[in-house]
Design a protein around this ligand. Structure first.
Ligand code: PHB
Length: 170
């Protein structure tokens, strides 16, 4: 399957000033602003977290959303990875990662090969990982966040949609 689940509905991004608990329920905000690994956080709420990639391929810039184009440097190709993350078999999160080809150097070339290994296991094991920002939004009644991360200063963009059964809504 190479059909994205992400571009069928627009994502409405909040302004930076709206990242507060008057606009976003406090329990959800705490999930959206999680700075550590989301996989680890989900593991605290289930016996087993699994990640199933359903889209992994190179695309050209015209396959990215306007937000994605704006958030990343221009590149001839981008690696796109989309996954469903399950907690004990229940779908909790959709993840979409966009990696400009120039980011895939040295060890980081492994990112095209991680398969069912949760992305966070790779990213959070790298000393060179930094984060530029987290943007918060919503899409079809679901909360979404987008993080621009860097590995040795090379950018990638990770967007995560929290599905209705995710513990973020409890
Ligand atoms: C992924 O493996 O691509 C992944 C896992 C967990 C997330 C986001 C992405 O929260």
């Amino acid at each position: 399957m190479d059909e994205t689940l992400f571009t069928s509905q627009p994502i409405h991004w909040l302004a930076e000033n709206d990242k507060n608990d008057k606009i976003v329920p406090a329990n959800i905000l705490d999930w959206l602003l999680e700075l550590g690994s989301m996989t680890k956080r989900f593991e605290q709420h289930s016996q087993q977290v699994t990640v199933i990639p359903y889209l992994e391929r190179y695309v050209s810039q015209d396959k990215l959303s306007a937000d994605e184009v704006q958030s990343l440097p221009e590149s001839p190709r981008y690696w796109v990875r989309e996954v469903v993350m399950y907690g004990d078999g229940i779908p909790w999160l959709l993840g979409r990662t966009i990696i400009p080809e120039e980011t895939l150097t040295d060890d980081d070339q492994q990112l095209v090969d991680i398969g069912r290994m949760p992305l966070g296991r790779y990213l959070f094991s790298r000393e060179s990982l930094t984060r530029d920002y987290i943007h918060i939004g919503f899409c079809a009644n679901r909360w979404v966040r987008s993080s621009r991360l860097r590995l040795s200063n090379k950018p990638l963009l990770l967007t995560e949609i929290f599905l209705p059964e995710s513990p973020a809504y409890r």
